[in-house]
Design a protein around this ligand. Sequence first.
Ligand SMILES: [Zn+2]
Ligand SMILES: [Zn+2]
Length: 352
Amino acid sequence: MKKKMMFKCLSTDAPGLQLPTTMKAIAIGRKKAWLVDQPVPMPQSNEVVVKLHVSLICGSNMAGFFSEGEHINNGHEGAGEVVAVAHSHRLKPGDRVALAPLNACGKCADCLAGDVIFCKQRPPIHGNFAQYTRVADVMCTVLPDGIDYLLGSLLGCGLGPAYEGIRSVGLTAFDTLLITGLGPVGMGAVALAAFMGAEIIAIDPEKCRRDRAAQLGAAIVLDGSDPQIKPKIMEATRGRGIKKGIDCTGKEPAERLLIDLAATRAKLAFVGENAGTISISPSKDFIRKGLTLSGCWHMNMNDMPRLIEFLQRAPDRAGKLITHQFGFSEAQKAFDRFASRQCSKVALLPWK
Ligand SMILES: [Zn+2]
Ligand SMILES: [Zn+2]
């Protein structure tokens, strides 16, 4: 007797047919990017299989690219179509979805609160530098009609960490927001803060990044390598110092700059990863200023409707966050472009 299938499976390319057994995935290492064959994943428990149409390169992938090792299929951003479902009340084959990074159990207290990024019982992560991925249904956000896969893919690291920074400083249209570091995350913060009507001061040593931030809506752009950066920030803030600030560099000089120039009762967010240490004086830096400093890894899934609103109402501004697109067959060019820093988000298209 034939074994009963444990998952519903449907591909809109070939309705009713099973998934293929092998697929293309990207491997990186030693400054090279190349294609390898991998088995197509199958969904288990609350998981779905997504046929990826877009996968974005994240700054956190680059350590693997520059390393001496070999990292196969370690992307974690993207959007695509659900093609197989194990057990899910949330998704069905044919749904168009954006993917939150990594994977999560969907059952723990963090997951139930929408904080899937903090899941302590994280199931194995499949990876999104591939034509298909396998992920828990809670990591998927259904895309409304009118938001294509490219824009939808920004709902991962393109906008998530930046939004969490903006939320945690309580940004309003009345605020002046200082953003240090204009890589893809900082640029996402500029786009969102401009959409919300705040005045933005954006800082980066690279001119092309400052120019792009100005196009996205930054009122003032400053060169972070300028020895006069502190008086320039005081001038730009009309002598008040920094009331609200987001660091996207993950580097001590920028982190200290935000703390040193923080005004009374300032709210700061650290978004850029820094596994090192920086010196802090609790009295001088925090207590005597009433400073609030938040650590922001990623957004809460319950905030996703706001980011979808942003994509629907400001698609042109959001679209500027992705500066380059490459097919999987051009993976080397895609990673070289990201490594050059002459770009913002770089998209990989798995079927080209
Ligand atoms: Zn990322
Ligand atoms: Zn969990």
